[in-house]
Design a protein around this ligand. Structure first.
Ligand code: NDP
Length: 280
């Protein structure tokens, strides 16, 4: 029997760390399968999806710019994808191409690992209102957070998410962040500010305004310690970097395609950290 095939599609795709992660797990479990990075241009997306079965694929990952288009094209979607409005994982279920979103799972699992008790810590302040913010807010709601403050440069986008996620969510301009931190237990950066190559822009979020028990996390992972995390650490606050979210979000897909639930180990993390270093 030929090994199972899985993929990650994007455009471009060369920067994706997913082949490293899944390749490590395939080897660690001795599975005769493959995980291939495939550059699919938007114009070729529907033909690619239509050919999945014929090409022997069990499923795969979806990254930029296809997450919304695949959401529209999947025959069936899981609850997280439905609420987030984007698909990052595909598999077949009852013969139907099914789209899921594992980013919310990955976010929660990363905090569970490094900051157990992160829920029930008080108000959560989420910086940003893009695709990643939706996954973070879905994770927070799933874990029972009932005081989620979204702050975004473009207020209308924060208001859109507030309306989408309903009770317990409020929307604020970025300038209001200093007033939102005093009683917050969790601060999450989901904006691209702090990312390598993005210049010297800064967020109006001073971790010194947070209570001493607060946890600060960034979903940007290049660099691993963003300026926000460095400032939080300097204040003595607990910090969690964004790499664990990337590693954990890969777990459910691998299990669906290859039938084994893989683990996020220090060895895997070190492998991807080395890879990021090589690319930086
Ligand atoms: P989007 O483009 O959908 O959203 C970007 C967000 O950043 C918006 O809220 C935008 O505000 C804000 N922003 C951008 N530049 C600035 C600035 N100069 N000042 C203030 N706000 C700014 O991106 P995504 O949500 O898809 O991704 C965001 C980041 O998260 C990326 O760096 C991505 O790599 C990372 N990510 C990490 C994951 C992980 O597994 N760790 C998973 C997914 C994403 P506005 O609305 O005003 O434009």
């Amino acid at each position: 029997e030929p090994g199972k095939r899985a993929f990650v599609i994007g455009h471009p795709i060369a920067h994706s760390r997913s082949p490293k992660i899944h390749g490590h797990w395939l080897a660690a479990h001795g599975i005769a399968g493959s995980y291939e990075a495939i550059d699919v241009a938007p114009a070729d997306l529907s033909a690619f999806l239509a050919g999945l079965r014929g090409n022997g694929f069990s499923g795969g990952n979806v990254t930029l710019p296809h997450k919304e288009a695949v959401f529209a094209g999947a025959g069936r979607r899981d609850e997280a994808a439905e609420l987030i409005g984007a698909v990052n994982t595909l598999w077949f279920e009852d013969g139907l191409l099914t789209g899921g979103n594992t980013d919310a799972y990955g976010f929660a699992a990363n905090l569970d690992e490094y900051a157990p008790g992160w829920t029930g810590n008080g108000a959560a302040v989420v910086l940003g209102a893009g695709g990643a913010a939706r996954a973070v807010i879905h994770a927070l709601k799933t874990r029972g957070a009932n005081n989620i403050r979204i702050a975004n440069r473009t207020l209308a986008r924060a208001e859109e998410l507030r309306d989408r996620f309903g009770a317990g969510v409020t929307a604020h301009p970025l300038e209001a962040v200093p007033e939102l931190l005093g009683d917050a237990g969790l601060l999450v950066n989901t904006t691209s500010v702090g990312m390598a190559g993005k210049g010297k822009e800064e967020l109006p979020a001073d971790p010194a305004l947070l209570p001493a028990h607060a946890v600060v996390t960034d979903i940007v992972y290049v660099p691993l310690e963003t300026p926000l995390l460095a400032a939080a650490r300097a204040c003595g606050l607990k910090t969690v970097d964004g790499l664990g979210m990337l590693l954990h979000q890969a777990v459910p897909g691998f299990e669906r395609w290859f039938g084994v639930r893989p683990r996020v180990t220090p060895e895997l993390r070190a492998l991807v950290v080395a890879d990021l270093g090589a690319a930086a």
